[in-house]
Write a protein that binds this ligand. Structure first.
Ligand code: GLN
Length: 251
């Protein structure tokens, strides 16, 4: 399993969220505290962030561990943002795609990450794959389960679904096709954060009207972190956080 984090709030240096806190994503890459599956998240990392006046985010992704990347040390000091999504990866299966398989995945204003694994992939999702237009399969960002889940979400967003509907419906259809999958999804457009808790840990910390952080696990011991129950959809903005139970598909 990977670890991921998204933020909306006042402009901060990337390092304020990703490196400086005692249990920031940087440290979670070798010493996560609450990860339920896997140990070290060293198979790539990525950060996507929004710059003022530009709705389309920039990404910096690399195939190796975040702790070994000196470029990221510099970037995280000089880049400032008021919205980001970042992830460190523990690959479920070996694959050739390296950096391309590291979240966040992106399309137009959206950034996306998947913390988990699709059981029986790719065979278990063949009916869902068949439902996608060939052009969307040819533009898969990578050949792994998360890139396919992202293609399913992206397809729903392109059809006009909002973030919460796209994530909830994708989780339910994938869980039905591939039961016992772990599907913690995280999506932002720089104004909202949508996430699901489905098989691994999810937390948030909100200062209403100021900032919202949604993360696989708390990056410090601040008592204001709240744990999201499993099987839940989280929909957040800078002002509020809404939790809605997700119903397990019946077999
Ligand atoms: N299954 C995804 C991958 O292989 C996500 C991995 C994870 O959550 N560790 O990249």
């Amino acid at each position: 399993m990977c670890r991921h984090v998204a933020y909306l709030g006042p402009e901060v240096q990337l390092r304020t969220l990703l490196r400086d806190p005692p249990h920031a994503l940087h440290r979670q890459s070798w010493a996560p505290r609450r990860q339920k599956h896997g140990t070290v998240n060293a198979d790539g990392f990525g950060v996507g962030w929004y710059a003022p006046g530009d709705p389309v985010p920039a990404r910096y992704r690399r195939p190796g561990p975040i702790w070994a990347d000196l470029g990221f040390t510099d970037l995280s000091r000089v880049v400032r943002t008021s919205a980001l999504l970042a992830a460190v990866r523990d690959a479920t299966a070996p694959g050739p795609d390296q950096e391309a398989a590291a979240a966040p995945f992106a399309s137009e204003r959206w950034l996306f990450s998947h913390n988990g694994a699709v059981r029986g992939w790719p065979g278990s999702l063949s009916a869902l794959v068949d439902s996608l237009p060939p052009a969307e399969l040819l533009t898969l960002e990578a050949r792994n389960d998360s890139a396919l889940v992202w293609a399913l979400v992206r397809h729903r967003l392109a059809d006009g679904d909002d973030g919460p509907t796209a994530l909830a419906d994708t989780v339910l259809e994938v869980a039905e096709a591939a039961p016992t999958s772990r599907l913690n999804l995280l999506l932002t457009d720089g104004e909202t954060i949508t996430a699901t808790a489905w098989g691994d840990t999810l937390w948030y910390r909100s200062e209403p009207g100021r900032s919202t952080v949604v993360a696989s696990e708390p990056y410090d011991d601040d008592p204001y972190w709240c744990e999201v129950p499993d099987r839940t959809l989280l929909a957040a903005s800078r002002t509020d956080v809404l939790l809605t139970p997700l119903k397990e598909p019946t077999a």
